[in-house]
Design a protein around this ligand. Structure first.
Ligand code: 8YV
Length: 296
C-alpha cells in the first residue's frame, strides 16, 4: 500500500510503516492510498489529485485543516490523534499563564540584557498571583478538563463554558465567563461554530488586567480586535496559536504583555511519539483491512 507523508514523524513506531514517501503531493498521484498530514490543508482540490486515497491520517487532534465532509463524500476515512496530547497541551496552557502573570519572559530578558541592577529599583517586577485567581475555561473536553485539574492544584477558582449547558456551579454562559475570569483559556476545536467566537464585542467584556491564553486555534479569536486590545495594554496574553501561522502579527512581537510560542502544545518527545503511534496504527489497520482506531 502506497503511503505518502508530508513529513517524517518522530518516534520509534514510524519504522513499522516500512517504506513511506515523504514530501508534498505533487501533481496527480494514482497510487497513493494513505496520506499522513501534519496540519496541512486537505481539500477538494487535493483529493481530486489522489483518486485511490482511502485514508487521511492527521497528526494532531484538531483536524480543521482537513475537509472531513469532502473526504466523507469520496469514501476517504479521516483519523486524528485524540487523548495522548491532553497533558502536554494543558501543561503549556499553565506555563503560558504563569509566564504572563509572573512576567517570566520580561524578567528573563531583563536579566539576559544586563539591566537587572539598573532598573529593578524603578520596577519591582510585580506580577499577579495564580493562587486565588478565577480561571475561565472555554471548552471542557479532554484538554480543558486536564487544565481544570491542574488549576485546582494552584488553588484557582475554576469556571467553564461549554456548548451543552449544565447545572454544575462552575458553568457560565460565555459572556458571563469573560466578565468574571482573571484568566481565560481556550480549549475548543476550530469549527464553523467556534470561528471568531471571541469576537471584538466579547473581548471587550474581559476585565481590565485579564489574561487570555490560547493553545487551541488562532482563528477562534478575532485576531484584529485581539491585537488592538493587547496594544492598548488593557489585557495580556499567552499565545501558542495564531490565525495565519506561521505569521504572527508584527506588533505582538514587541509587546511586554504578550508571551508567544510557536504552536508547541503537543511538542514533547513523549507526546509526539504517542501521536505517531496512533497515526501508524491507523495506517497499519487500513492495510490489514481492520477497523481504524480513531476515525473522526
Ligand atoms: C499539531 C495540534 O497538530 O493536535 C493538534 O490539534 O495542534 C498539534 O498537535 C501538531 O503540531 C502537528 O502539526
Amino acid at each position: 500500500m502506497k503511503v505518502l507523508a508530508t513529513r517524517r514523524l518522530p518516534g520509534e513506531a514510524w519504522e513499522e510503516l516500512g517504506p513511506v514517501e515523504i514530501g508534498p503531493v505533487d501533481g496527480r498521484r494514482d497510487d497513493v492510498e494513505a496520506l499522513i498530514v501534519s496540519g496541512d490543508a486537505v481539500d477538494d482540490a487535493l483529493l481530486d489529485r489522489l483518486p485511490s486515497l482511502r485514508l487521511v491520517a492527521n497528526y494532531g487532534v484538531g483536524y480543521d485543516n482537513v475537509d472531513a465532509e469532502a473526504c466523507r463524500a469520496r469514501g476517504v476515512a479521516v483519523t486524528n490523534t485524540p487523548g495522548v496530547l491532553d497533558a502536554a497541551t494543558a501543561d503549556l496552557a499553565i506555563a503560558l499563564m504563569l509566564a504572563v502573570r509572573r512576567r517570566v519572559v520580561e524578567g528573563h530578558e531583563l536579566v539576559r540584557e544586563g539591566r537587572w541592577g539598573s532598573s529593578w529599583s524603578e520596577s519591582p517586577f510585580l506580577g499577579r498571583d495564580m493562587s486565588g485567581a478565577t480561571l475561565g475555561i472555554i471548552g471542557l473536553g479532554r484538554i480543558g478538563a486536564a487544565v481544570a485539574k491542574r488549576a485546582r492544584a494552584f488553588d484557582m477558582r475554576v469556571l467553564f463554558h461549554r456548548r451543552a449547558q449544565t447545572a454544575d456551579p462552575g458553568y457560565r454562559e460565555l459572556d458571563d465567563l469573560l466578565r468574571e475570569a482573571d484568566i481565560v483559556t481556550v480549549h475548543t476545536p476550530l469549527t464553523p461554530e467556534t470561528q471568531g467566537l471571541l469576537s471584538g464585542r466579547r473581548l471587550a467584556l474581559l476585565r481590565d488586567g485579564a489574561t487570555l491564553v490560547n493553545t487551541a486555534r488562532g482563528a477562534i479569536v478575532d485576531e484584529d480586535s485581539f491585537v488592538a486590545e493587547l496594544v492598548s495594554g488593557r489585557i495580556s496574553a499567552g499565545l501558542d496559536v495564531f490565525a495565519h501561522e506561521p505569521n504572527v502579527p508584527e506588533v505582538l512581537r514587541s509587546l511586554p504583555n504578550v508571551v508567544l510560542t510557536p504552536h508547541i502544545g503537543s511538542a514533547t518527545v513523549e507526546t509526539r511519539a504517542a501521536m505517531t503511534r496512533i497515526v501508524v496504527d491507523n495506517v497499519l489497520a487500513l492495510a490489514r483491512g481492520e477497523p481504524l482506531l480513531t476515525a473522526v
